[in-house]
Design a protein around this ligand. Structure first.
Ligand code: NAP
Length: 311
């Protein structure tokens, strides 16, 4: 797995906690199945796991560490929120490393654009100590990314990537130029929730989930998008959600999907290496623009960005 050119990323926010899994995904997946998913990820050469301290009600990282992190690549985050403010990055990262049983993380993201300069200065110091290999920013606008890149470059550290929400129905970061800026500057763009929390899947597969219930009316409006996805999937002999993953990969976005089962890992690995044609992407985009449905929204976490504190 080449961290500088990963095909896909496995999301883990529904790992770790039975209560969280049931509340958000509607079901709990046993530990042995999750371990099989890790094995599958290694086999498919996409053993890159995206973590954060709060995933699975704070239990996902500990679970991954208990399964053993040999041969996997780890993406972790600093979330500047509640008591985690300026001056706390080291403390948070050291807890992560303890969870993973590791000396370093492969990629470390500033999860929200709060106190950008101060937090990136703290992160730069940890890079110099070898505790972080690559640095990215998540849920940042283009201006905030430009500022971040400048801060890191003062320390000779390149901005590794941007991790924002992206999907067939959420292309704001492309429309407002952030995706192009990333491509022009050799910065990776990881797209989180490319399945819109399990809503950009096959509508004919009946599966109850709290997300489906909550977004029932919007899901109905997505019918024309589903029609195109189903058509492309049947023409290519792939699964409907793989169209959503392959769409992102074809746009130069590294697809991140919440996988809990080996079959989902395989779906992601296969789809992320596919390239849709220009005509296929145009059909998906045209259907999406017509329905104009917002589920997660591009900048859903903006209300959690705290007011910049004076330096
Ligand atoms: N940086 C950030 O602020 C941020 C925010 C949110 C998420 N993320 C990252 O992005 C990752 C992905 O997002 P997400 O997990 O929230 O949502 P997601 O990947 O859009 O959707 C997850 C849902 O898709 C279903 N699914 C996964 N693979 C499937 C397949 N092959 N076929 C059919 N259904 C499939 C899952 O089913 P099951 O119910 O069977 O599991 C689950 O319900 C997260 O895990 C996290 O690592 C980052």
């Amino acid at each position: 797995m080449n961290i500088l050119n990963p095909a896909a990323v496995i999301g883990t926010n529904a790992w770790g906690s039975k209560a969280y899994s049931r509340a958000v995904r509607g079901s709990y997946v046993p530990d042995d199945v999750l371990m099989d998913s890790m094995r599958e990820a290694r086999e498919q050469d996409i053993a890159l796991f995206d973590m954060a301290r709060d995933y699975g009600l704070g239990k996902a990282q500990k679970m991954l560490g208990s399964f053993g992190t040999d041969g996997i690549t780890i993406s972790a985050k600093y979330t500047p929120f509640t008591h985690y403010r300026k001056g706390c990055v080291r403390k948070s990262l050291m807890k992560d490393l303890e969870d993973f049983g590791r000396e370093y993380v492969d990629v470390y993201w500033l999860h929200l654009p709060t106190d950008i300069e101060d937090h990136l200065e703290e992160i730069a110091q940890l890079v110099k100590e070898g505790k972080i290999k690559h640095v990215g920013v998540s849920n940042f606008t283009l201006d905030e990314c430009i500022r971040s890149r400048e801060v890191l470059l003062r320390h000779g550290i390149p901005l590794y990537g941007v991790q924002n929400h992206y999907s067939i129905i959420c292309r704001e970061w492309e429309k407002n130029g952030l995706l192009k800026w990333c491509h022009d500057n050799g910065i990776l763009f990881w797209g989180w929730a490319v399945l819109e929390e399990g809503l950009l899947v096959d509508p004919r597969v009946r599966k109850k989930s709290p997300m489906k219930l909550a977004f029932n009316r919007k899901v109905k409006k997505l019918a024309p998008v589903y029609d195109v996805m189903i058509d492309i999937a049947s023409q290519r002999g792939i699964k409907v959600p793989q169209v959503a993953m392959a769409y992102c990969a074809s746009k130069g976005v590294i697809p991140m999907t919440g996988c809990r089962k080996p079959s989902q890992v395989k779906d992601l690995a296969d789809a992320s290496r596919m390239k849709l044609t220009k005509e296929e992407t145009a059909r998906l985009e045209s259907a999406s623009d017509k329905v104009s449905v917002k589920i997660m929204g591009a900048d859903i976490f903006r209300p959690f960005v705290l007011k910049e504190r004076k330096r």
